[in-house]
Design a protein around this ligand. Structure first.
Ligand code: ADP
Length: 539
């Protein structure tokens, strides 16, 4: 029930306030720098973008506690998705900067003080960081919206507060990490020490830059590790400000190093570095395969992966249709559809299918699209030209493969990367739009007859990240919960992301879990300590 409440709250505050695709749709580093979008004609006019209530004060790399330029002195533009214009030029780190950052993290780990500090001291710094984030809530949110395009109200009222909660959650864990006393042969005293794993490389994506920053950094720091974080090239800004605040809170130099830059250069250098003890990655399944190979070919560093998804959202025949429509809409369209766990295969029982499609279409038509800094906006622009074109390619493919385009299907306005909320009905399992991760505001609605059939079809995917189920029947909920091969099942709710709830994927959606108690094991080594007992007879 708590989950359902949170989910409703999330929906309410929002309203108020690839695997096979890569061959079909061209991708490339420079695509995001493209400005021209004339290919997609427009009917609606777009207002002049609102001037963001924030300025960019930090744009350098953060290495060993200092802001520095890239060794190459190169910079790259980070773009405003509302216009495609540059917001700022950011230092472009590459392999040499990763080497510098790893050396700083190594020194901070080997010489301390961070891993040797009392857990209580580490906890105090994390708690001070959370307080500073609270103070800078709106500034961080504005930077996030400017760089990413997500609605400001979503960033300010949901995402930054969620980030703060998560940091406090892991601050709480810092002084509760300890090993066990293990029963063994009566001649020995055996205990386990839970030690930090060492120098950690972390690579994050662009869809939730601050939340991904916190999911990675907070547990690793609570466990006493040192970090090199590579942000996504599309959204470098908010993590730099957050890291500055973390240093203000008292983080010693070299404990967290932040390198902005591109995947094949900075990211690959981090994944293949011989002196990085652990890699944590969030991004696409294709890139996940690449970093896993780089880790294996270098020093066999353990890797956790949080990858793509094509999550089923199952509307059973007993569902309250109005609630199901709203939840399915939220599950797909939240964050411009740019969620790895988006409920992107909407399976609806045949008895309620027509009513659901009609209402889903009406809801999509009502969705407010526009400048994300404007109040009441539910949907801003997609992140960049590359994603915009990829999504438009999938929409074309949906039409060509015979799905019914109920609404949307074209760009919104004449500037930036906005796409009208799009709904397809009569979608078949073998269509590309039902198989690939679109990562955009495109709902695909499929029809099913019975539970066995929908279980089989929902599981017939290489992905296994999340699933949504709408039903009032406890037996149906229990059956689906156990049958679905996914890391999270949301029953009568969706996208509930409390700090303590583990998140991660089955199958090609990832390896390992983030958040909650489960995440701690990603950042700890277990050492067994065996001591002979002088007087075993006393046992
Ligand atoms: P997307 O396709 O959504 O941009 P990616 O998986 O490519 O997702 O990107 C997620 C993160 O992985 C980003 O920080 C990106 O720079 C990084 N990345 C991309 N390619 C590589 C690579 N070859 N090695 C390491 N990191 C990479």
């Amino acid at each position: 029930m708590a989950s359902l409440r949170m989910c409703r709250q999330l929906s309410r505050s929002l309203t108020s306030a690839s695997a096979s695709a890569s061959s079909l749709f061209s991708r490339g580093r420079n695509a995001s720098l493209s400005r021209g979008i004339g290919k997609y004609s427009t009917a609606a006019a777009v207002e002049n973008p609102i001037s963001p209530p924030v300025s960019v004060n930090y744009n350098q790399l953060l290495i060993d506690g200092k802001f520095v330029n890239a060794a190459s002195e190169r910079t790259f533009p980070t773009l405003d998705p509302r216009t495609g214009d540059a917001i700022a030029h950011v230092a472009e780190g590459d392999a040499e900067d990763i080497n510098r950052a790893v050396a700083a993290a190594r020194k901070a780990f080997d010489e301390g003080p961070w891993p040797k500090m009392t857990a209580y001291e580490r906890q105090k710094i994390l708690l001070r960081f959370a307080d500073l984030l609270e103070k800078h809530n709106d500034e961080l949110a504005a930077l996030e919206t400017w760089d990413n395009g997500k609605p400001y109200e979503q960033a300010a009222k949901i995402e930054v507060p969620m980030m703060i909660r998560l940091i406090r959650y892991y601050a709480g864990w810092a002084d509760k990490i300890h090993g066990l006393t293990v029963p063994a042969d009566g001649q020995y005293h055996v205990q386990t020490l839970h030690e930090p794993i060492g120098v950690v490389g972390q690579i994050i994506p662009w869809n939730f830059p601050l939340l991904m920053f916190s999911w990675k950094v907070a547990p690793a720091l609570a466990c006493g590790n040192t970090i090199i974080l590579k942000t996504a090239e599309q959204t470098p800004l908010s993590a730099i400000l957050a890291s500055k605040l973390l240093h203000e809170a008292g983080l010693p130099p070299g404990v967290l190093n932040v390198v902005s830059g591109f995947g094949p250069t900075a990211g690959a250098a981090l994944a293949s570095h011989m002196d990085v003890d652990k890699l944590a990655f969030t991004g696409s399944t294709n890139t996940g395969k690449v970093v896993l190979q780089l880790a294996a070919k270098s020093n066999l560093k353990p890797v956790t992966l949080e990858l793509g998804g094509k999550s089923p959202f199952i509307v059973c025949e007993d569902a309250d249709i109005d609630k199901a429509v709203e939840l399915a809409h939220f599950a797909l369209f939240f964050n411009q559809g740019q969620c790895c766990c988006a409920g992107s295969r909407t399976f609806v029982h045949e008895r309620v299918y027509d009513e659901f499609v009609e209402k889903a279409k009406a809801r999509a038509l009502k969705r407010t699209v526009g400048d994300p800094f404007k109040g009441g906006i539910e949907q801003g622009p997609q992140i960049d030209m590359e994603q915009f074109e990829k999504i438009m390619g999938y929409i074309r493919s949906g039409v060509e493969s015979g799905a019914t385009l109920e609404t949307g299907g074209e760009r919104f306005g004449n500037k930036g990367y906005y796409i009208k909320p799009t709904v397809f009905s009569n979608v078949k399992d073998d269509m590309l739009i039902a198989k690939d991760e679109i990562f955009g505001p495109v709902q695909t609605i499929l029809k099913f007859k019975d539970l066995d059939e929908v279980i089989r079809r929902a599981n017939a995917s290489h992905y296994g990240l999340g699933a949504g189920v709408v039903t009032q029947d406890l037996d149906t909920a229990n059956t689906l919960t156990r049958a679905l091969r996914v890391g999270t099942v949301w029953i009568n709710c969706f996208d509930v992301f409390d700090a303590a709830i583990p998140f991660g994927g089955y199958k090609m959606s990832g390896q390992g879990r983030e958040k909650g108690i489960y995440c701690l094991s990603n950042y700890l080594q277990v050492k067994a300590v065996v001591t002979p007992l002088k007087n075993p007879a006393w046992l």
